[in-house]
Design a protein around this ligand. Structure first.
Ligand code: RUB
Length: 293
């Protein structure tokens, strides 16, 4: 049976009380690390449960795969968890330092959803003395963009919240379209909050570069064998089914933006072109595994 704390973490991830790929991976690894002292025999089951919480979360899956690999070779489970947590928690700062350089004075940045990594970049740019403003979509149906707008305005960054469908209306003012990332496949395609690909079309039309802020932990090596799974959430997040009895409601949480739309991934290893992500990520995974053994 899965550990109680693990089950609670599973619920919090599923219900979006923990949100954003890096926070999800951190919470999952923390829960597994804690469960190792209580019931090491349940490790496999605990990881399986947490992996099933949300489909489009390779950062969590990669972390668990590293734990499995190290333990299979006789390594210490708690030590590898600590090592992975160190990397996950520490991933935002180098990405922020690297990405802040893309934000110029008097620039308008358009962003979508809530990414702790994208916010870290904008915080760093502001800390570096850059004067810029942000359009933040509200991000239907769960409104994570409201979190972004609140956090940015608290940082003193002039922020305007817009409905998702107004992104094209304001795009001509933007100099940068900055988003987070949930997954990257072997081709370098970006998987992020639903609506990202639609806004990317508008950005391309307006010659606004799209950069995605991401840890290399989000590269999904399994996409060589199968497509990235896309989470489909409850229709009730969109509308109450009883108000539309004959209407089918669909609610995909993420979409795919083709690699050709992405100017670069802002990572721990600097700005990486989509076609180079797989190589960089594999090297990165190897270095973490080596340091954990
Ligand atoms: C969040 C989302 C974020 C990425 C990156 O979706 O798409 O842009 O997860 O976040 P949800 P971070 O709210 O459905 O989890 O940079 O914090 O990892």
């Amino acid at each position: 049976m899965a550990d109680y704390f693990v089950e609670e973490t599973y619920r919090r991830i599923r219900q979006l009380r923990i949100q954003g790929a890096i926070n999800i991976a951190i919470a999952g690894v923390e829960a597994v690390a804690a469960s190792l002292s209580r019931n090491p025999a349940a490790l496999g089951e605990n990881m399986k449960l947490l992996e099933s919480a949300r489909a489009t979360e390779p950062a969590l899956r990669n972390s668990f795969s590293m734990i499995r690999q190290v333990m299979k070779k006789g390594g210490n489970g708690k030590a590898v968890c600590a090592r992975i947590l160190f990397h996950l928690r520490g991933s935002r700062q180098p990405i922020a330092s690297c990405g802040a350089g893309l934000v110029k004075n008097r620039m308008t940045v358009l962003t979508h959803c809530h990414s702790s990594t994208a916010v870290a970049i904008l915080r760093q740019a502001r800390g570096n003395g850059r004067r810029f403003r942000v359009y933040s979509t509200e991000t239907r149906p769960r409104f994570q963009g409201r979190t972004t707008a609140s956090e940015l305005s608290e940082l003193g960054i002039p922020t305007t919240m817009i409905v998702d469908s107004a992104a094209n209306f304001f795009m001509h003012e933007a100099g940068l379209f900055l988003v987070g990332c949930d997954a990257i496949n072997y081709k370098g395609d970006l998987f992020n909050k639903i609506g990202t690909s639609m806004i990317a079309l508008s950005a391309r039309e307006h010659k606004v570069p799209l950069y995605s802020a991401t840890s290399l932990f989000k590269f999904d090596p399994a996409t060589r064998k199968r497509p990235e799974p896309i989470e489909e959430r409850e229709p009730s997040e969109v509308a109450m089914q009883q108000h539309f009895p004959k209407v089918k409601i669909r609610n995909p949480a993420f979409d795919k933006t083709p690699a050709k739309f992405v100017k670069g991934y802002i990572t721990e290893a600097g700005i990486v072109r989509p076609r180079d992500v797989e190589k960089k990520a594999k090297k990165f995974f190897k270095s973490i595994l080596k340091s954990a053994l």
